[in-house]
Unconditional design. Structure first.
Length: 351
């Protein structure tokens, strides 16, 4: 049988070659993330930037990757002692912790979605912004908006009031259609206003008090408004309270909010800056998703290698090559753990 070239290599040369391959891979990954984190910092310089706490799931995943590094080190130590049963146990634990890290990373993305943080999303609500075209009157009081809170008589609506409002607008959730629409009736507890005029149903169409029938463009605006009410969005795509749950910065300075206007320092945001903000996407969140998901892809690739190493430990003996593979795999796994901690600290203090 023909021997493989690698079988004829000196073990020291083989070790050096494989280590160099691992180090080249690590260097390449370092350069990729150095580029993204540098671009992150540069991008903050002349645009609006949203900052908010990192999801709790990211901290849980961090504890798991730290623990997995420890269990991997223990597994490697037992390879030196030729205790293959314990190598198997700790390699399995390492693999399961890696799975756990990935699970909580995805859970963290779910928590970000719940906060209103998406990969590509505007910072401000501009389409269907409450009060621009439509308003709603509950009984004899107009519904208002204060940041992300829908208010009644100047006070934030409670859960029951908000649910009632959402039920009122639900029939308009998919109302915009080039083919037209049909409305049977409106809840009498509420009155819909368009550009200051009350709207009623006449002949299954929405008509203002001056007799204007709402057409496709108006219905599209109403549909956007309904989506915002459904998702409890007021003036911002991020949920919660501005200044507490999330913050908006411009050139390193935090913006403040008052009476549905944003202020840069003590002055109301100028018209050019307001226009710029209206058109701005949440670049900070886009970077967060790119950086963390790119790291997660490397983890998933490393998990495939780890799974292979786990299968190897089920053999009755471990060859010198297999032991070498486990040790070299530990170098890359520890690197991914250190890289994640760096990214977490970077996002914690910069994001």
């Amino acid at each position: 049988m023909q021997k493989k070239y690698s079988d004829e290599l000196d073990p020291v040369v083989k070790l050096k070659m494989k280590k160099n391959l691992v180090y080249v891979s690590i260097f390449s990954i370092v350069m990729i993330f150095a580029g993204f984190t540098s671009a992150y910092i540069v991008s903050m310089g002349d645009t609006f930037w949203v900052k908010y706490p990192l999801p709790v799931a990211f901290w849980i995943s961090t504890s798991m990757i730290v623990l997995s590094s420890i269990t991997y080190m223990i597994a490697v130590s037992y390879t030196h002692k030729q205790d293959f049963k314990k190598v198997k146990v700790f390699m399995i634990i390492t693999f399961l912790l890696g799975i756990g890290f990935s699970f909580y990373q995805f859970k963290g993305y779910g928590q970000l979605f719940d906060q209103g943080a998406h990969f590509v999303e505007p910072i401000l609500v501009t389409e269907g912004r409450y009060g621009d075209y439509f308003e709603i009157k509950a009984g004899d009081k107009f519904v208002g908006v204060d940041a992300n809170n829908y208010t009644l008589d100047g006070k934030p609506m409670n859960a029951g009031q908000m649910k009632s409002l959402q039920d009122f607008v639900k029939p308009f959730e998919h109302i915009a259609s080039q083919k037209g629409y049909s409305i049977k009736s409106l809840d009498p507890k509420y009155t819909l206003f368009y550009e200051g005029e009350p709207v009623s149903v006449k002949g299954d169409k929405l008509v203002t008090s001056s007799g204007k029938e709402l057409k496709y463009v108006e219905m599209l605006r109403l549909q956007y408004l309904v989506w915002n009410i459904r998702d409890s969005r007021g003036d911002f795509f991020h949920r919660g309270t501005l200044g507490k749950d999330f913050k908006i910065y411009y050139k390193g300075k935090e913006l403040t909010y008052k009476n549905r206007d944003l202020y840069y320092g003590k002055r109301k945001l100028s018209a050019p800056l307001q226009l710029k903000l209206n058109q701005a996407n949440d670049t900070a969140t886009s970077y967060l998703f790119i950086i963390t998901f790119l790291h997660l892809l490397h983890i998933l690739a490393a998990l495939i290698y780890l799974f292979r190493m786990v299968l190897i430990t089920f053999k009755s003996t471990l060859t010198a090559d297999n032991q070498l593979s486990i040790r070299l795999g530990s170098i890359f796994w520890h690197f991914l753990g250190i890289l994640w901690i760096y990214l977490l600290v970077f996002l914690l203090f910069i994001h």
